[in-house]
Each structure stands twice: as structure tokens, then as C-alpha cells.
Design a protein around this ligand. Structure first.
Ligand code: ATP
Length: 213
């Protein structure tokens, strides 16, 4: 069945950790699309360094040659904090109530879920896919552990329902983060192993991330 996958983030900048994970994930679905949704004002983490316009442009450059990957600037156009709840509500209206909708997040973001706006209701709108990510992150809080217990299913089982489940997926680990890319750029080191060439060119032309803060 055709599904819609949404991958939210600051994408400051987009890197191969995002792109390769998105592509590998999409291979597990038939005829589906994955939409990267950059946030304007992240409510649960430090604010991005690059402007919304630059982050959007870098995303567009990165997905230009990737079939199946798309970008939606809906959160950039909305006023106020970029709540995932609002984005999923809007997508649920668009897709209707039958077809599976997935929100994709990495493990580091997953463990912060109980701090998110209306987090318990997110699964009334979509399934969650939690991607394993190399590195050390906070433990899953007890509240989240208890909540997820009877919601965890396999990807296959989730596809028969439109929302309500949590799927953990471990893809080939990619040791790249936007923080590492920003640090490298601030030190004048090349980032060609972290971001696609057109994105690197854009960063250099616009002199983004020349300082770490
Ligand atoms: P920063 O280093 O600034 O915190 P980031 O690399 O985590 O940034 P984000 O834009 O914040 O990038 O990430 C968007 C989403 O992608 C988050 O859910 C995050 O967990 C996930 N993600 C980022 N990098 C990876 C990776 N290498 N593997 C799996 N998931 C990732």
C-alpha cells in the first residue's frame, strides 16, 4: 500500500546521515514517498545556525537527484514553534484517514519525545519510526518505556493500519551529525564525506558555518 513518510528535523545542514537513512528506509516500502520537513523554530532543541531559507535551499539541492525524496516547507511557512503535531494533523487531512502515515525520527530525538507538544496524540495521527543512531544518547525515560510497550510492532504489521504504532528500525549506522559537519566547516576542514557536493558548494558560497555558534 502507498504510504507517506515524513522526516522532520532542523537539517542544519542536511547530511548523508539523513539522506542515506531516508533512502534505505524508503527501500522497505512500495511506491511510497519520503518527505523531508525542515522546522522553522524547533521547540525542543537549540535554534539552528543557518536561516530557514538556506536550510531549505540545501535540502532542495540534496534531494534534487534522489528519486522518492521530497521536501515540504510547510513548517517554514507557519508562524510560531514548529510542532510535529500540527504537521501530522495537516498531512492526515491531506491523505485521508485510511492510508498509513509515518513520522521518522532518530533515537536521540525519540528519547526526548515526552517533552514534545501533545506527544501522546502523535500516534493518533501517524505511526512513528525510530531509527537507531550511533553515538551515546540519554536513556529512554520510564514514561516513554511504559507508553511504548504495547505499541511496538514490526514494520510489516504497522502497514495494515493507518497510525498508532511504533516501529524501531536499525539501518546500517552512519556516523555523521550536523554538529560534526558544522564543526568541520568552522575549522576549514572539507565536508565532502558528510554532505553532497552541491550542498558543500552552497555552504562555501554563502559562507555558512564559518563559526561554530
Ligand atoms: P545536530 O547535530 O545539529 O543535533 P542532527 O545531525 O541530529 O543535528 P537533525 O536535523 O537534528 O540532524 O536530525 C533530524 C532527524 O534525523 C532527527 O530525528 C535525528 O535523530 C535524525 N538523524 C540525524 N542524523 C542521523 C543519522 N546519522 N542516523 C540516523 N538518524 C539521524
Amino acid at each position: 500500500m502507498k504510504c507517506t513518510l515524513l522526516f522532520g528535523g532542523t537539517f542544519d545542514p542536511i547530511h548523508y546521515g539523513h539522506i542515506c537513512s531516508a533512502k534505505a528506509l524508503l527501500e522497505k516500502f512500495d511506491e511510497s514517498s519520503l518527505v523531508m520537513v525542515p522546522c522553522r523554530i524547533p521547540p525542543h532543541r537549540p535554534q539552528p545556525m543557518a536561516s530557514a531559507g538556506d536550510r531549505l535551499q540545501m535540502l532542495k539541492l540534496a534531494v534534487a537527484e534522489e528519486s522518492g525524496l521530497e521536501v515540504d516547507d510547510c513548517e517554514l511557512k507557519r508562524q510560531g514553534p514548529s510542532y510535529t503535531f500540527d504537521t501530522l494533523s495537516a498531512y492526515r487531512k491531506k491523505t485521508g484517514c485510511e492510508s498509513p502515515l509515518y513520522f521518522v525520527l532518530g533515537h536521540d530525538a525519540w528519547v526526548t519525545l515526552p517533552t514534545w507538544y501533545r506527544w501522546v496524540e502523535l500516534v493518533d495521527l501517524a505511526h512513528l519510526i525510530v531509527l537507531g543512531r550511533p553515538g551515546q544518547f540519554a536513556d529512554e525515560p520510564e514514561e516513554l518505556k511504559n507508553w511504548v510497550q504495547d505499541r511496538r510492532v514490526t514494520l510489516e504489521d504497522s502497514q495494515s493500519e493507518p497510525c498508532g504504532k511504533v516501529v524501531g528500525i536499525n539501518l546500517a549506522p552512519i556516523h555523521i551529525s550536523a554538529t560534526a559537519a558544522r564543526r568541520a566547516l568552522a575549522c576549514g576542514r572539507p565536508v565532502d564525506d558528510m554532505v553532497p557536493k552541491p550542498v558543500e558548494r552552497y555552504i562555501v558560497e554563502r559562507q555558512l558555518y564559518v563559526t561554530e555558534h
